[in-house]
Design a protein around this ligand. Sequence first.
Ligand code: SF4
Length: 468
Amino acid sequence: MPADTDKPREECGIFGVYGKNLNVARITYYGLYALQHRGQESAGIAVSDGRKVLLHKDMGLVPEVFSQGTLEQMAGHIAVGHVRYSTTGSSQPINAQPLVFRYARGTLGLAHNGNITNIWDLRSQLTSTGSVFQSTTDSEVIVNLIARYSQNALEEALAKCMIDIKGAYSLLIITEDSLIAVRDPYGFRPLCLGKLDDGYVVASESCALDTVGAQKVRDIKPGEIVIIDDQGIRSMSALSQRKKAHCIFEYIYFARPDSEMDGFHVSRVRREMGRQLAREFPVEVDLVIPVPDSGTTAARGYAEESGKPFEEGLMKNRYIGRTFIQPNQDMRDMGVRLKLNPMRYMLEGKRVLMVDDSLVRGTTSRKIVKMLRDSGVKEVYLCLSSPPVIKSCYYGIDTSNEDELVAAHMSVNEIKSLIGVDGLHYLSIDGLLNIFGKYRENFCTACFDGKYPVEVVKPKESGKFSLE
Ligand code: SF4
């Protein structure tokens, strides 16, 4: 995890479109733009005109990878796109997606969001029987498995793959004549279906449907395969229903607040988190301020519930992007100051409750708290809209290794001293789950409680293959 973020990282966003009268490459470009928060390392689009699949992908943000000219050359009526964030060391063009390959039944392109948890077993089984791998992504293992089952029709091959692969996967697949969406039986990562004119759109988040003017139809169900082609749209349930395990961190931090997934609006859930924080941790303060933007909605919820005034006490510089040159050692403190500036006139002499979404290592929070104190704040309290992150995620989120997670090794009191606040409160797991009412059992909370819904098979030979 880069030193400047101190946040978990989402690893991918996917977007697909099928429509005879649609400019599918351009629509996918805008769809990926809307999903850029889910991955900033590489971007790619594969397009089919019914005969051949064209691919363009590279390292960089969506507008850096695609020019007007590139998009104009990508004519067709089916497209699949992908944005990717990768962990350090595997940020290479070869790992960019979609992965496009030829196999016995033609050409197939794959865009994947999630992590396969039995990847080492599958990879060694496939390698021992002759498979060759080009990239270090688990997505290539899926591609190899599909090719293994090529004696079957594609949807049957996919259903067979779903028996073999364990873990988190939302997939979009393009062939010469179809667009296929697949969601793992637990529904870890989001995936939704929309209608656009006579065509269909599938995206990681509904905000991308809104961006391209599509109407959300529904979420893709856990364990479902949806096929869109000349015949229209059809669905099959590939695996029997499991206990759902939607990633709760999508609601806490990753997903855009204007997205709606699996029946819950992200922004509404975040506001409720803030309200619940106010009930769990009432403090006598003068102001409630967010760490922008991730803490903003929950801070509003806290302010509403507590009756305390909400103020934007930290101003964010919105123009710091991926290519920003990090300050060197002697200028370290400037890193946070470049991004956030305290509004001294508003804060001086005040007791302030600050709301953020989560805390991974605590380094950034410590700097923000120091900045607030330097600006004359009298008392600082910190509320987090996630419970303590004590375990790593193996389902498609980079939460850092367990030894980097401050809450895995320190008590709340110790963390409070480390970051220098007068009070610290994490949202309780129960308080978080209660927001979802009777659906509270439908979520994965493994990074908070270690209850992994799907077993994680560790590599037999470390260093051979890395989880992406
Ligand atoms: Fe999401 Fe945490 Fe579960 Fe990973 S372990 S899927 S981040 S809730």
